[in-house]
Design a protein around this ligand. Structure first.
Ligand code: NAD
Length: 693
């Protein structure tokens, strides 16, 4: 549709050539780079010294200066876009938020609103070109423009709820004014992203095009050749307060299920704002500013922002080049298939071996499904599938920089597999096991080179669980651990470095929680009450449901392994668990475990139970984290919190288990553990490591 190209200055950025009009971004240390061409002004956002634009105070102030000039000397049109290959903008720069008082925040927001209001009021057509992601404040800049061109692959979203906030630079009234307000609210309440096609369907993007046709699309808009639905058509239905009240009630009950108000106040505050001011943008604007500044002060937002930075720290650990191009995965079962598919999707060449052919075939279908879930285009999907090669004969072993073993959890079998690798592996290649309960020190003797042998403990399902434990035994070379951490970064997972301890960190901490739930069931407490108590604490699901999801056979195996390897009192392994496993009722995968899964995922909702129910489950998890810190299994309190949040979903709004412990008070926890020990036995003895916290 937009084929003509009128000799633009293209910025050559490797594979991505961004149409930036007359602007050559990147020079100097200003955020916005301005150029005028055929009376169209181009404003290109390209912050110095960073690969991703973030909307900071400086960006807004510099934009104000540009708007000043545009008001004085209006062009035929204004084009706003990013000069960074990575995308438009990742949202507000939240680093400075912590040091700001509520009043300072309100002042800053007011200044930002003023600039965006002036941008929105410019008389010339204003066009925002979005490639990659336009998130949070980035999207708010795009919404202040008249038109949005989405380059294929672009995405739009308001992730603020994930930080305990809602949009704060006008998103709460500009988005519902543009698209169907219920869709707008859903986007803001869930923090989900609308990818290109969805964005067009919603009316968020007016034009979708390829990068090479951006200039033509701009010209078509300026020449008034693009038809679009009248923005805001659907908004009128909600000008009636009664219509909003009805819709708000539905939103509240849906939101309450996923984000209870006590734990996550932000989405509820947003619904209140919209219900009250949804027909009055000016009132909504003032209310948005006050509400945002108030939310910034909540414990939930502080903790969620902390979690965001913990995630950044783990990402930073894996940022450098990993030097791993070719990966061979052994075992195409539940884990191996996902690891192979995910690594191929993220750009690695992967060969995948198994003693059976069927799982290899299934892996290709699985990979296709993951590509779809990840919104890959058909070309990207084809390329990912091309990189994934079933390899029953193991030809890939000799070429692999990294071999990931994901064979069944039996030491003999794993050792046999390792022995067969001697003389076949390439010089310098790394062998990593995905074992969850065997000790590396017991397996390393069979590895071709113990120094280049380590653990790479992924969680199930790999495509959804971000954390990977990078496990070293006494003899693992530093360089191997570094490269494995970078490999995790390269495939967009979060590495946490741990040592070869029974259960490593995550399973060591999680297992007593699951086992205590089973002890409680043995005592006659209903499973629904147990699960509901954990959910009320803030866990994404209860321990009984989680055990069924993990697989009761796997739970039993890990429980037995920890009980035999740890020099600690553990909850007794439940007879009921053994019986279930013997009967083949291994949980979700079998259709039946503690719950009946034939009718879908259970949603336990039952109040009550013993008064110490929650502490009996949660405090042993904290106690085990403290033990892991004392034993140097994990490097720091922050890494412990991040690992437990990203591997188990530990109540993010509490900031992680150790942060929760500190907030509640170490003395209070010690007292409670003593009390639980008196009532229920030595498995509650406080770890000596609490003294160091
Ligand atoms: P699985 O039983 O689903 O798959 C194992 C696969 O290995 C099967 O396809 C099997 O045919 C194949 N296999 C058997 N012998 C082989 C051999 N000699 N060479 C090549 N392939 C062989 O097992 P899984 O659940 O994927 O577990 C694999 C590993 O991952 C285990 O060490 C397990 O502890 C660990 N793990 C599992 C989970 C989980 O939730 N399932 C989570 C984390 C780690």
């Amino acid at each position: 549709m937009f084929g003509s190209n009128t000799g633009p200055v293209l910025r050559n950025l490797g594979e991505t050539r961004l149409e930036c009009g007359p602007v050559r971004p990147g020079a100097g240390d200003t955020a916005w780079h301005q150029g005028r061409d055929d009376d169209i002004v181009w404003l290109v956002l390209d912050q110095a010294d960073t690969s991703i634009n973030k909307v900071s105070r400086d960006v807004i102030q510099a934009l104000a200066a540009e708007v000043d000039k545009l008001e004085r000397d209006p062009p035929r049109a204004l084009v706003i876009r990013s000069g960074k290959p990575a995308g438009f903008a990742a949202g507000a720069d939240i680093k400075g938020f912590n040091d700001m008082s509520r009043d300072q925040m309100s002042d800053l927001l007011r200044q930002g609103h003023e600039v965006l209001d002036r941008l929105a009021a410019l008389e010339c057509p204003t066009i925002c070109v979005v490639h990659g992601a336009a998130l949070g404040a980035g999207l708010e800049i795009a919404l202040a423009c008249d038109w949005r061109i989405a380059v294929q692959g672009a995405s739009f979203g308001f992730p603020e709820v994930k930080l305990g906030l809602h949009p704060g630079l006008g998103g709460t009234f500009r988005l519902p004014a543009l698209i169907d307000p219920t869709e707008a609210m859903t986007l803001m309440l869930t923090g989900k992203t609308a990818h290109t096609d969805k964005a067009e369907k919603l009316g968020l993007a007016d034009v979708i095009t390829q990068e090479r046709h951006v200039r033509a699309a701009i010209e078509a808009i300026v020449a008034d050749k693009i038809d679009r639905d009248q923005p805001g058509l659907k908004a009128r239905a909600f000008n009636l307060a009664s219509a909003r009240t009805l819709a708000a009630q539905r939103m509240r009950s849906e939101t309450q299920k996923k984000a209870p108000k006590d734990h996550y106040p932000a989405p509820h505050a947003l619904i209140d704002l919209w219900e009250k001011h949804g027909d009055d943008p000016a009132a909504m604007q003032s209310a948005e500013i006050e509400s945002f500044a108030a939310l910034l002060d909540t414990e939930t937002s502080k903790n969620l922002r902390r979690v965001f930075f913990l995630q950044q720290d783990l990402k930073n650990d894996g940022r450098e080049e990993d030097g791993i191009r070719q990966v061979h995965v052994i075992g195409a079962g539940a884990m191996g298939a996902e690891i192979a598919a995910w690594a191929a999707l993220k750009g690695k060449s992967v060969t995948l071996g198994d003693v059976e052919l069927e799982p290899l075939g299934k892996t290709v279908s699985l990979a296709r499904k993951i590509c779809k879930d990840q919104h890959l285009s058909s070309i990207e999907t084809r390329n990912a599938l091309d990189r994934l090669m079933p390899d029953p004969k193991g030809y890939g072993i000799a070429q692999a920089d990294l071999i990931v073993e994901a064979a069944p959890e039996t030491a003999d079998l794993k050792e046999k597999i390792y022995s067969a690798l001697s003389d076949k592996m390439k010089e310098g290649a790394i062998l990593a096991s995905n074992t969850s309960s065997l000790r590396l020190k017991d397996l390393r003797g069979a590895a071709p080179d113990a120094g280049r042998f380590a653990g790479l403990h992924f969680f199930n399902p790999v495509s959804k669980m971000k954390l990977v434990e990078v496990v070293r035994h006494d003899g693992t070379e530093d360089e191997v651990v570094d490269r494995l951490a970078r490999f995790c970064g390269a495939i967009d997972r979060l590495p946490v470095r741990v040592t070869d301890y029974p259960g490593f960190l995550v399973n060591r901490a999680l297992t007593p929680y699951l086992m205590e739930a089973m002890v409680l069931m043995d005592e006659g407490v209903e499973k629904e009450k147990i699960d509901a108590a954990a959910i009320a604490f803030g866990m994404p699901m209860g321990p009984v449901t989680l055990s069924d999801q993990v697989g009761l056979d796997i739970c039993l195996h890990v429980a037995e392994s920890l009980t035999s390897h740890l020099d600690k009192s553990m909850p007794a392994i439940s007879d009921r668990l053994r019986e279930k496993v013997e009967a083949g009722d291994t949980g979700k995968k079998a259709g039946r475990g503690f719950y009946d899964w034939s009718k879908g995922t259970p949603h336990p909702d039952a109040a009550g139970g013993p008064d110490d129910l929650t502490d009996r489950m949660i405090l042993p998890m904290l106690n085990a984290c403290v033990e892991c810190l004392r034993q140097n299994v994990v490097g720091s309190v922050d890494e412990t919190d991040a690992a437990m949040i990203f591997a188990t979903g530990f109540a993010p709004f509490r900031g992680g288990p150790m942060h929760y412990a500190r907030t509640r008070g170490v003395d209070a926890i010690l007292q409670r553990l003593d009390d639980l020990q008196d009532r229920h036995g030595d498995r509650f003895v406080p770890d000596p490591g609490w003294q160091d916290l």
